[in-house]
Ligand binder design. Structure first.
Ligand code: GRF
Length: 214
């Protein structure tokens, strides 16, 4: 099976990127990272990529006067690499619908909540304020609706009495670092397939998100 190629888009620390790099290097994902692109030149994730000799690019959104012109620059940059999937890992820019439609069902995102609950920012804080007893992580396809595309995988953890925001963030990150590599592994093995016919997992139409088995 030919190896897939992924591009990872980041804006910050890049711990999810690191977990993907490590899993590829361990031979568990039959894919390569053709590039890591950041809208923020200071993102530590760029250093992580360079440490593993992965090509990096910076497209600073502040140099573009509209979302469209930034998206077009991003598109031109990505075209050079022809990736199978674009993996958003802490990429803090909203992509326009023209860009999203160009890469229809080829863009994945990881979001720190059990979608469709808690779309948007500050999910840990909102879950605590609402006294939720369960929170989690979603990996979903990106569509024009913010955090609204089909969910591929959910990972759950409980919020215990006395848990702090930092506890939740730690539980969330721990799960994220296992979930994203797993989804990419399954895509690279074609165990998970995304196409015009829909989403299939082990040759069955995926009707509900896969529950990440801890
Ligand atoms: C993750 O927590 C993810 O859920 C959110 O952005 C964060 C990125 O963290 N989309 P990192 O840069 O991968 O450490």
């Amino acid at each position: 099976m030919t190896a897939m190629s992924f591009i990872v888009l980041i804006s910050g620390n890049g711990t999810n990127l690191q977990s993907i790099i490590d899993t590829i290097e361990a031979g568990q994902i039959n894919a390569s990272l053709s590039a890591v692109i950041s809208n923020n030149a200071e993102a530590y994730g760029l250093t992580r990529a360079k440490n593993h000799a992965i090509v990096t690019r910076v497209i600073d959104h502040r140099l573009y006067d509209s979302r469209d012109s930034f998206d077009q620059a991003l598109h031109r940059c990505i075209q050079e690499f022809e990736p199978d999937y674009i993996v958003l890992a802490g990429f803090m820019r909203i992509l326009g619908s023209a860009f999203i439609n160009t890469y229809r069902y080829k863009i994945l995102n990881i979001h720190p909540s059990l979608l469709p609950k808690y779309k948007g920012l500050n999910t840990y804080q909102r879950a605590m304020e609402n006294r939720e007893t369960e929170h989690g992580v979603s990996i979903h396809l990106v569509t024009s609706e913010l955090d609204g595309g089909p969910v591929l995988m959910l990972g759950r953890y409980s919020i215990e009495e006395g848990n702090t925001l930092a506890d939740l963030e730690q539980k969330g990150h721990r799960l994220e670092h296992r979930m994203y590599p797993k989804v990419l592994q399954w895509l690279s093995e074609k165990k998970l397939q995304i196409g015009n016919h829909g989403i299939e997992f082990e040759q069955q139409v995926l009707r509900e998100p896969i529950e990440f088995d801890q």
